[in-house]
Design a protein around this ligand. Structure first.
Ligand code: H2U
Ligand code: ZN
Length: 352
């Protein structure tokens, strides 16, 4: 069956070439005209400085330390880390039972403030400030990659994603062992290179660039698409158009281009339902530690939960939990909706 036949009305499953997972797509359920109302939520105007915020410059954190009077970005070790560097012990040579396998987890957790301004998000920050965040992500990845196999840069945005504070911030967790998601991507990318001699995500980017139907935004260096296999309604994948293994490998011009593309993509996201669009996002690049990583291509995933309005979200529940991911809105429809929107943020009509 061709994808042209699939994209119309019938239920079908799509394969995620990056993880090997499948997603059930039920486009016949969206043949009805668009009925989702756009509820403009109050979009509470926040102050640029909040004396009670534990991430604002000069303020006291919950752990007792005081933030410096930072003027661009700030990184600190999480006061309540999920991982410890000095966890003792080795995996038991013979576990009591293979059904009770475990291993010690070692690592570190950092918090990254994107801006001293309490009221800005990446979507509203000027491009040079977003470039500063890109540089910070890259520098942290390089530093933590010296003694951790995997460095996970991510952002939880919005209360609906469990974000604890509206001050623009993300996190970085660096760990000794390759976690589940990147391990799946490692396997699929390795297989693709072995089979074709080419990089999976560069083949994919070329295909999407040529087709255009799932592209949301692009520039000479980067492509943002709703991937063929998207599970979240407005999920996107960001890929550089040349081979790049990790964030620190990005050239200055590519970092500027990324900041530019992020501004455009995130403005579209916020404009969709006229709210600060919640999501979890994060970067995947080649693991550290000296193994064979020729098959890896750097990329970012954005996983936003909203479906029809600022208050109607997609739940990954019954069938998703027990069988596999499912969606009604097709990735092509989602991309078309995002493409229709302006790239000027609704709160900043003057933003260039
Ligand atoms: P979110 O990105 O989900 O909002 O998490 C913020 C992190 O900030 C959270 O992991 C940490 C929390 O442990 N934190 C501090 O390290 N110090 C503080 O003073 C409060 C929050
Ligand atoms: Zn703040």
């Amino acid at each position: 069956m061709t994808d042209g036949a699939l994209a119309v009305a019938l239920p079908h499953r799509r394969w995620n070439a990056l993880t090997g997972d499948w997603v059930l797509v039920s486009p016949q359920r969206t043949q009805r005209p668009w009925q989702g109302q756009v509820e403009r939520t109050a979009g509470a105007q926040r102050p640029s400085y909040d004396p009670d915020c534990y991430l604002c410059p000069g303020n006291l954190r919950a752990g007792g330390e005081r933030n410096p009077a930072y003027s661009s970005t700030l990184v600190f070790t999480n006061d309540f880390p999920a991982l410890l560097e000095d966890t003792p012990g080795e995996p038991a040579a013979e576990p009591a039972s293979p059904l009770l396998a475990a291993e010690p987890a070692r690592g570190t957790c950092r918090v990254v403030c994107f801006s001293p301004r309490h009221d800005l998000t990446l979507a509203e920050m000027p491009a040079p400030a977003v470039r500063g965040v890109v540089d910070l992500w890259a520098a942290q990845t390089e530093e933590l990659g010296r003694d951790h196999r995997w460095v996970q840069v991510f952002e939880n945005k919005g209360a609906v994603m469990g974000c604890s504070n509206p001050h623009p911030h993300g996190q970085i967790w660096a760990v000794a062992a390759l976690p589940t998601e990147p391990a799946a991507e490692d396997l699929r990318q390795r297989e693709h290179l072995a089979r074709t001699g080419r990089l999976l995500l560069l083949d994919y980017a070329a295909l999407e660039s040529e087709r255009g139907e799932r592209v949301v935004a692009a520039n000479d260096q980067w492509l943002a698409v709703v991937p063929w296999w998207a599970t979240w309604p407005f999920e996107t994948l960001l890929v550089p158009r040349r081979p790049v293994r990790r964030l620190p490998d990005l050239e200055p011009a590519e970092r500027d281009a990324l900041a530019e593309l992020l501004g455009r993509l995130l403005a579209r996201y916020d404009n969709l339902f006229q709210v600060s669009f919640p999501y979890s996002m994060g970067w995947h690049g080649a693991p550290f530690g000296g193994g064979d990583d020729a098959h890896w291509q750097l990329h970012a995933h954005f996983y936003p939960p909203l479906l029809r309005s600022a208050t109607i979200r997609k739940f990954m529940v019954g069938y998703e939990m027990l069988a596999e991911a499912q969606r009604d809105l097709t990735p092509e429809q989602a991309a078309a909706r995002l493409r229709e929107l302006p790239e000027t943020h609704f709160r900043q009509p003057g933003r260039s």
